[in-house]
Design a protein around this ligand. Structure first.
Ligand SMILES: [Zn+2]
Length: 283
């Protein structure tokens, strides 16, 4: 059994973001289906009734670490997936000879190439400075604008919760971008009187997002996607971020271990890969 720690929360030590341990699922998942915890949420195919998905993250490469294999799975199934990248990642990399503005330009190009690998060609860069994000009215408005423009059925975000076991995953920009994205999902993008200029000056009608999927959610997971067929494309997408990673082999091994660990948590068979999320109904 899963160690349920509170109503509506399930602790999963072997989530996608961890390489140690793992949790046996009570039943074997059917290959190719998303896995959910039976007593937490109904098990629905992750593409059924979904036409558009918007992924909101703080930095270039965040969506590739978090959910690129799932993105490939979704675009292969015909879903329209768009990215909203909040900062240009100017504070990334270790090469001090590259100016920070130039680094931001490089990272937009890298992210655009990585997106293409997993079938995404619609990217919005909000252009906020890397390392300086906070949950401001302006950030909530700018993400709400993208939601109203793209009108997604599902928004994928990072987690606004700090992970004490993996502090590097809880970059302050991640926490802020996630919190702002969740505020944009509810209530801002659906409330006609929130960010009134979006409606009155830009003609953007309110939009209700039906569900939110958080990736890298530290201590809670309630859905896994079987990405065995698309794991290699996740790695290929990550390779596009050349300005950030000099040693590729250790990184690839680490990412593949995450995917295997998540598959183990999902109860998938040997050799399987999975990505893990916390899904919330927001309709
Ligand atoms: Zn990041």
């Amino acid at each position: 059994m899963f160690p349920v720690v509170a109503a509506g929360q399930t602790e999963v030590p072997g989530s996608a973001s961890q390489t140690d341990g793992g949790v046996r699922a009570p039943h074997r998942a059917r290959r190719g289906s998303p896995r959910t915890i039976p007593d937490m949420q109904e098990s629905l195919p992750d593409t059924e009734g979904i036409e558009r998905v918007l992924i909101v993250v703080a930095h270039p490469d965040d969506c590739d670490f978090g959910c690129a294999a799932t993105t490939a799975r979704w675009t292969d199934a015909g879903l329209e997936v768009s990215y909203c990248i909040v900062t240009d990642g100017q504070a990334g990399g270790s090469d001090r000879s590259i100016g920070r503005q130039r680094m931001g330009q490089i990272r937009r190009v890298e992210q655009t190439a990585a997106a293409k690998v997993v079938g995404v060609t619609d990217l919005t860069f909000l252009g906020y400075p890397d390392g300086e994000l906070s949950v401001t009215h302006e950030l909530r408005r700018d993400i709400s604008r993208v939601i109203r423009q793209k009108r997604p059925d599902r928004v994928v975000s990072q987690s606004p919760e700090r992970s004490w076991s993996r502090l590097f995953a809880s970059h302050p920009d991640h926490l802020a971008a996630a919190e702002a994205a969740i505020c944009a999902v509810y209530p801002d993008s659906r409330n006609p009187f929130a960010h009134l200029e979006l409606l009155e000056h830009e003609g953007l009608e309110p939009h209700t997002v039906r569900e939110l999927w958080m990736m890298g959610s530290p201590e809670r997971v309630n859905v896994w996607t079987d990405v065995t067929a698309t794991a290699d494309r996740k790695l290929e997408a990550l390779r596009c971020h050349r300005s950030q990673y000099q040693e590729w082999e250790p990184l690839e091994q680490r990412v593949r271990a995450w995917l295997r660990s998540a598959a183990e948590g999902a109860g998938l068979g040997e050799g399987a890969s999975a990505e893990a999320f916390y899904r919330v109904s927001t309709g």
